[in-house]
Design a protein around this ligand. Structure first.
Ligand SMILES: [Fe+2]
Ligand SMILES: [Fe+2]
Length: 173
């Protein structure tokens, strides 16, 4: 059903906006603010992008895709890419701990490339096919499951609290 995956598309926009802030932070580094801000961004990615957004995909969307023979393989490709994303943002933390500005920049750009390509694949190739394949009842079931995952992972403050925490980390402008 068209529109079923709009909540996930909206979350993609939020993730991409944070990734852009990370890229700006490494392109104009401030000696005292860049590391803490990037660590706050990684924490945001872990909570919002991974636990919440990828949680919705892995716990609700991918199981629905596996029930369709044309979409089952694509679910496995996306799942693997989620694992690669986790590895790449852990590299950002390692680079910050190693205090190498060049390594931090490289790790941020690697992650940005990866997540942009992943989101583009979902937005432009996969989500429309999934929406065409899902009926209204399956769409309603997914919406309920998305709400359940979000409540479990983001807690009462939701997305707004996570974004506010990120702003408090004083992003370099
Ligand atoms: Fe994904
Ligand atoms: Fe996604």
């Amino acid at each position: 059903m068209i529109g079923t995956l709009d909540p996930l598309r909206l979350e993609h926009e939020i993730i991409l906006a944070v990734v852009e802030r990370m890229e700006r932070a490494v392109s104009e580094p401030q000696s005292d603010g860049t590391g803490p801000f990037l660590l706050a961004c990684v924490e945001f990615l872990r909570r919002f992008a991974d636990e919440n957004h990828h949680g919705k995909e892995e716990r609700a969307l991918f199981p629905a895709m596996r029930e369709n023979s044309r979409l089952a393989d694509l679910a496995e490709v996306l799942l693997e890419e989620h694992g690669e994303g986790r590895r790449l943002y852990a590299e950002i933390e390692k680079a910050i701990a190693g205090r190498s500005a060049a390594a931090v920049t490289l790790a941020v750009l690697d992650y940005a490339d990866h997540i942009r390509a992943h989101i583009r694949k979902e937005d432009e190739m996969i989500f429309v096919s999934v929406e065409h394949a899902l009926g209204a009842a399956e769409g309603a079931r997914l919406a309920r499951e998305f709400a359940r995952v979000e409540a479990e992972t983001l807690g009462p403050g939701g997305t707004g609290a996570l974004l506010a925490a990120l702003d408090e980390a004083r992003p370099p402008q």
